[in-house]
Structures are given as structure tokens and as C-alpha cells.
Design a binder for this molecule. Structure first.
Ligand code: F6R
Length: 366
């Protein structure tokens, strides 16, 4: 039931504070991730983990790409991520102590399931772990360890709340493994504090809705767009681009901001809006110079930036302030305005938001 919302997608975007809180419920103390979160067998497995291999499709793969930054920067654990349709058909070298992690909303995605089955038949990985939203799914039944997201049923074909709850679940995993490696108790406490504050923070981000609706007018008559980010915000840019192309049918491509001058800058003109996600971290200054390159070519720039950041006022630049957030959680927070942007552009274009053409909610065939 959509309730008072015009589309399931919008309802699901607005459910994010609540389902994030539910996904964290009973899993955190004030400053720790509780040890029993991953089940009674997890501790013995986690003690042996030396590396992570994540496999997923689409939006779930973007969650994995963000988690890779977290595993390496916060936990000191090497992590690889690959889309399931590639991973399943490729011979691999599996290092000792590799935990195989699948991420899936439905738990029935054919390629993700096939990758899991392939890995199990080869028995080279330490164990398999699924992060999933459907308890009765094949992926959950067939994995050694499971962490459920509690997003509730997601009806809109374009994934929104499943993605942000996957990120919250992944951060729990990063912490549970990280404390066995490079993560200090202080870092864990800081992250857990951030997780506790996350639902309220997303509530504040949702208040950007009206401003983003206005911004969306600049996209409705465009055919192409570019999304830029750095670090964990690069996969966020990819996710923003995926949302826009799925439901508005506007071609959207994401690049790591540093790649701009290695090719895509050639495309930039007044007809090609460029969206950048720019939280206040060490990469901000570098991103600023990328942004100047776009402006110098007459490009229209839309920058989602930390409310504490200042940019010189200039034509062709629209700055959208995002509530201040700990670097580690920026990926979750900056996803939400991009979901809203895609939604409002699709509304203006009059597409079937909840059921975009050619797409199915769950891809159970190859
Ligand atoms: C995009 C989207 C898809 C899914 C992908 C994987 O909005 O929803 O890209 O993320 O088909 O689906 P799950 O997560 O069910 O394995």
C-alpha cells in the first residue's frame, strides 16, 4: 500500500530512517557492535578471515564497492568486489582465509546465486556470508552465515531502501571483522555513534526534497548527464547515475572525479549537466579543481556538498547543502539526495516510476 505517497519508490525513499533503525535494532550497544549479530558460528570463522570477496549485481554491487573502501580503510582488510555475472564465469585465484560475501535484496538474483553455488562447489573459500533482505530466499538458505537487512518489502523496481540498509549491514560486518584486524576500539565507538545517529540524519536529508524537486527541472530536457565522486562517493555517483537512467531514461554515466580529464571532459557542454557528490573530506580540494574544469567548458554543475563547505558563487554552479556527516557514513547520506533527484526528474518526464520499461524487480534468469 502506497499510503499517501504517489509512488512506491517515494514511499520507500521516505522509509529509510525507519528501516535503517530497524536494521540496526538489537545489533549495537552504545559503542559496540554486539558479537551475536552474525549468529553463533560467526566468531570462529571471523577469527580466520584474511580477505573479503564481495559479489553482487546492480545496486547491490554498488553497496559492495562502497564496503570495499570501508574494509580497506577502516578494517585493514583487503577486499575485492565483482559483479556476479563476471565472477561466476572467471577462473580465480582464491587466497587463504577469504570470506565470500554476496549482497542481494531479493536473494534470488540468478547470477549472484550461481556465483555462490560455484564457490561452494569449489570449496576454496573459508565461508560464505549473505547480506540479504528476504529471509526465505535461496541465497540465505544456501549461505553459511547471514546478516538480514530489514528494509521490508521493496516494491519499486529501482532499489532505494534496500541499498541504504545494505550499507548499514555492511558497516556492521566491517566493524565485526575490523576489530580483529586494524580497527581500534575508538574507531569502532565513533562508527557506532554515527550509526545510532544515522536515522535522524537521513530524516534531515529528506527535508532537502523540495529543493531537489526544483533542481530536477534542469535535467528534464537533457539527454545525457555525468556523475562524479571520489573514494566511497564514486560508487555513490554510480548509484545516482543508475537511478537516473533506470527511471528517467536519461543517459547517466559516473566517473571517479579524477578521471574527468582523461576523457569524459570532452563531452561536457551546456547540454550535459554534471552532478558531483562532495562531502567535506580530504578529497574536497581536488574535487574543487575538477569542478572548475567543468565550469570552464560551460558545463552546468550541481554540487551536493557538506553544509560547512564554501564555494565561490558563479554562474553555472548550483550548490546543494547536505547535513554534515562523519566521512565513514557520507556514502549513506549522499545517496539519498541522488535518489530524490532521479525520482523528481522521472516525475517531470512522466515515466512509470515504479515499473520502468524493460526492467524486472528480480532478475531470476541469466
Ligand atoms: C537497480 C536495481 C538492480 C538490482 C539488481 C540486483 O535499482 O534494483 O540493479 O540491484 O538486479 O538485485 P538483488 O539485490 O535483488 O540481487
Amino acid at each position: 500500500d502506497k499510503g499517501s505517497y504517489r509512488h512506491y519508490m517515494l514511499k520507500e525513499i521516505y522509509e529509510q530512517p525507519r528501516v535503517l533503525a530497524e536494521t540496526l535494532e538489537g545489533r549495537l550497544s552504545r559503542d559496540r557492535v554486539l558479537p551475536e549479530v552474525f549468529g553463533p558460528d560467526a566468531g570462529a570463522v571471523f577469527d580466520q578471515v584474511q580477505r573479503i570477496q564481495i559479489v553482487a549485481c546492480g545496486t547491490s554491487n554498488h553497496a559492495g564497492m562502497i564496503a570495499r573502501y570501508w574494509f580497506e580503510s577502516l578494517a585493514g582488510l583487503p577486499c575485492d568486489v565483482e559483479v556476479a555475472s563476471e565472477y561466476r564465469y572467471r577462473p580465480h585465484v582464491v587466497s587463504p582465509g577469504t570470506l565470500f560475501v554476496t549482497i542481494s535484496q531479493s536473494g534470488e538474483t540468478a547470477d549472484s546465486l550461481a556465483a555462490l553455488r560455484e564457490v561452494k562447489s569449489q570449496a576454496k573459500h573459508l565461508a560464505t556470508l549473505a547480506i540479504c533482505n528476504v529471509a526465505e530466499s535461496s541465497l540465505v538458505r544456501e549461505s553459511d552465515l547471514v546478516l538480514m537487512t530489514r528494509a521490508g518489502p521493496e516494491i519499486g523496481v529501482a532499489s532505494t531502501k534496500a541499498f541504504t540498509t545494505q550499507l548499514a549491514a555492511l558497516l556492521l560486518l566491517v566493524i565485526a571483522l575490523g576489530r580483529r584486524h586494524a580497527m581500534t576500539a575508538d574507531t569502532e565507538a565513533r562508527l557506532v555513534e554515527g550509526l545510532h545517529a544515522l536515522p535522524a540524519l537521513i530524516d534531515r536529508v529528506l527535508q532537502m526534497d523540495a529543493d531537489i524537486a526544483k533542481l530536477s527541472e534542469a535535467f528534464a530536457d537533457k539527454h545525457h548527464s555525468l556523475f562524479l565522486g571520489r573514494g566511497p562517493l564514486y560508487p555513490v555517483a554510480m548509484e545516482g547515475a543508475l537511478k537516473l537512467k533506470e527511471i528517467s531514461y536519461i543517459h547517466a554515466e559516473a566517473y571517479p572525479a579524477g578521471e574527468l580529464k582523461h576523457g569524459p571532459l570532452a563531452l561536457v557542454d551546456a547540454e550535459m549537466p554534471v552532478v558531483a557528490v562532495a562531502p567535506n573530506d580530504e578529497l574536497m580540494e581536488k574535487l574543487k579543481s575538477n569542478l572548475q574544469e567543468v565550469q570552464a567548458r560551460g558545463g552546468q554543475l550541481f554540487v551536493f556538498a557538506d553544509e560547512r563547505t564554501t564555494f565561490e558563487d558563479s554562474p553555472g554552479l548550483r550548490l546543494v547543502s547536505v547535513p554534515a556527516v562523519d566521512d565513514a557514513l557520507a556514502a549513506v547520506v549522499y545517496t539519498v539526495p541522488l535518489q530524490l533527484l532521479a525520482y523528481h526528474v522521472a516525475l517531470l518526464k512522466g515515466t512509470d516510476v515504479d515499473k520502468p520499461r524493460n526492467l524486472a524487480k528480480s532478475v531470476t534468469v541469466e
